[in-house]
Design a protein around this ligand. Sequence first.
Ligand code: NAP
Length: 259
Amino acid sequence: MANINAVYCAFEPSLEDFETAFVGLFMAQLMGANITAPFKERAPKLCTVYADDVKIMGTANTISKTIDGELLATNTDGRGLILDLDNRAQDWRENAKKITIIGAGGAARNIIPALLATGAETINIVARNIEKAKQIDQEARKLPLISPHQKIEITSWDNLNHGLKDANIVINATTIGLKGDGDLDIDFGPTKKDAIIYEMIYAPLVTKFYQNGAKQGRFALNGIGMLVGQGALAFETWFNQKPDFQTGLDLIEAHIKCL
Ligand code: NAP
């Protein structure tokens, strides 16, 4: 028990009213907020102070009001993913030389700073819209690197197998697999045999991408752990208390099974 007198509520402003709703809620003494798609790029524009990666990549999922009344924009998505991998795939860092991210939307952009910070050598973005991937690459070049060997490669959608070749981790950062959005049906043959197949989607808990990974002998994880991880880090940002990752994961899994 954290013994905090607070409530966490969901708001869904219309696309047109986001800025008004955001400013109004913080004027009404809101202390912090999580921001989800499609507002992760618009929220930081309303803030006054920024974490370094937000300054560079331009997206935030966690906003906090500081004691000076400033609005601080941070991003816990990428670090939430890392927290999940550290918990559910303990030795992953030793082998994470090539990480392939499928998709070049907000989620791909959000996780790259944290992946580079772990020392990953090659991040390969497989995108149907190459221009979006190039823009992410341009911005990511401004991030501090761990070693001069780190690089981002871009692969076109038609050349997926090249992107998958020898990958240690493959991340689905597209919306394909969400209910009504079709299936991402991939043959993971070109990846390393012990690759981690990471499905960022958590509803449904099992997608074709995840299923194929598990069936093909890879280590498959769904996005529920990242959801818990980014939430735990946001909680820590607001309350300076570190929630237990496993307790959060157990609670949310039990909750989803009851739905
Ligand atoms: P987004 O900004 O809308 O980006 C979606 C990406 O998917 C874009 O690159 C889009 O390509 C690509 N895409 C969609 N349909 C496609 C298709 N048929 N063929 C090829 N590419 C396609 O969404 P997002 O915010 O990045 O979210 C991506 C996923 O991550 C979602 O499923 C979301 O639920 C998940 N997510 C999970 C967590 C978590 O905590 N587990 C956190 C954040 C996000 P174009 O650019 O060409 O349109």
